[in-house]
Design a protein around this ligand. Structure first.
Ligand code: NZQ
Ligand code: ZN
Length: 391
């Protein structure tokens, strides 16, 4: 296991109706004037925003509203939010929604206290300072409620890039699984795919002797496979929603990634797809992951075979572990298909003629180093080959 430092300071509040206590947590973390940031309308329609407003009003905490975050959030609204925070002397940013809303809120929180252009953070500058952030999560997926990351798309050039830093970790996150019961099945499945992807990105490592995190990841993958089938049959089941929601947090706050090298090529490859075609991040990952696995499998066939045996229940072919590894990849494809995820470029609306451009931007765009991924560092040509496997 490698050396590591792990800082996960978020105060998690899990359970039904906890959004009604929002004011208590805002006060606990020093907020006296709040920006309530939300998405395209689901939080309004469900009455959630009204409940959050009521909680703040009852505690005499003033707030300003800024809605309209789109999936794959854009820089334009971030600039607007930064201006608003400065004009209104906001000292706390509250995200009510999914990963897109939380990421936009994080960008605003960092940009509001930074003299330069907030986009600097999305070109590699670590985020060391930000207004405190609270989240009320409405979809289990991105894990932004516990992560120190934010992903924003710059309209100019449609560049989708990440920023990182402990200052981006939320001060508190309210996780009420009942809020996810209104999700369409497609979004639920995209979320499950993203959660599993965050586990795969960590599982495929060159670090040896990481049994504890291997087993944590395998356990979470098994739970997701189990709960995915149940949530499709019974979308209103609170307990199923609760398990998926906590898995989303645990899979990405880095509990499962400490002490090991992580890959992240598939996320870089996917971000080009959601930037260019505005597809859901989870749907993009459903197409990317099996292709990436097929392309890099030979690098460590035994690790792929181990996953196939422990998670998908395949029989180990000791004479030829590559057969087991391939069977595991096929199980993943079948599973993703069974939950309604796309499996190729056409189903994402992606086009073959854009492959060269996406491969170039993935490897070189905006501070890129020429390769993506660490398990197997992939050059532009490799990334293009992986896109071709998705046709
Ligand atoms: O905008 P509204 O109307 O709220 O609708 C959203 C949106 O259309 C809808 N939705 C959310 N909660 C709902 C609901 N609809 C009904 N009922 C509810 N309870 O779902 C749609 C998707 O929302 P979004 O926030 O985009 O989903 P997600 O959480 O998957 O976030 C995706 C974004 O997160 C980034 C992705 O790249 C993508 O931009 N990621 C962020 C990460 C991080 N910050 O750590 C890591 C991830 O790997 C990921 O890259
Ligand atoms: Zn993701």
């Amino acid at each position: 296991m490698d050396r590591f430092k792990f800082y996960s300071p978020t105060y998690f509040v899990f359970g039904k109706d906890e959004e009604n206590n929002t004011a208590k947590y805002v006060q606990r973390f020093g907020g006296s004037k709040v920006l309530i940031h939300y998405g395209g309308g689901s939080a309004i329609r469900s009455g959630l925003i009204d409940r959050v407003k009521a909680s703040l009003e009852n505690a005499s905490i003033p707030y300003v509203l800024l809605g309209g975050v789109k999936p794959n959030p854009r820089s334009g609204l971030v600039y607007e939010g930064i201006e608003l925070c400065r004009k209104e002397n906001i000292d706390f940013v509250l995200a009510v929604g999914g990963g897109s809303t939380i990421d936009s809120a994080k960008a605003i929180a960092a940009g509001a206290v930074y003299d330069g252009d907030f986009w600097d953070y999305y070109q590699g500058k670590p985020v060391k300072e930000a207004l405190p952030i609270g989240t009320i999560l409405t979809i289990a997926a991105a894990g932004s409620e516990g992560s120190g990351d934010s992903v924003i798309t710059k309209e100019e050039g449609m560049l989708k890039r990440s920023a990182s830093g402990d200052a981006l970790r939320p001060a508190f996150s309210i996780l009420n699984p009942a809020l996810t019961q209104t999700l369409p099945l497609y979004q639920t499945a995209c979320g499950i795919t993203d959660i599993m992807a965050h586990l795969f990105e960590r599982y495929f490592t060159n670090t040896k002797e990481v049994e504890v995190t291997d087993r944590l990841i395998e356990g979470l993958l098994l739970s997701m496979i189990h709960e995915a089938k149940r949530v499709i049959k019974d979308p209103e089941n609170y307990e199923v929603r609760a398990n998926i929601m906590w898995a989303g947090m645990i899979s990405h706050n880095n509990s499962c990634g400490v002490g090991r090298e992580q890959d992240w090529a598939s996320h870089d490859i996917e971000h080009e797809l959601s930037a260019m075609y505005d597809c859901a991040h989870g749907a993009g990952l459903a197409v990317v992951f099996p292709a990436w696995m097929t392309y890099v499998m030979e690098h460590d066939v035994n690790r792929f075979a181990q996953l196939a045996v422990r998670v998908w229940g395949c029989q180990m072919d000791f004479a030829n572990p590559a057969n087991t590894a391939k069977e595991g990849i096929q199980c993943l494809k079948d599973f993703l298909r069974s939950i309604g995820m796309p499996s190729n470029f056409a189903e994402l609306g992606a086009k073959e003629e854009d492959i060269a451009q996406m491969a170039k931007t993935a490897c070189w765009g905006n501070g890129g180093t020429g390769t993506v991924g660490r398990f197997v560092p992939l050059k532009e040509e490799d990334v293009a080959n992986i896109y071709r496997l998705m046709l």
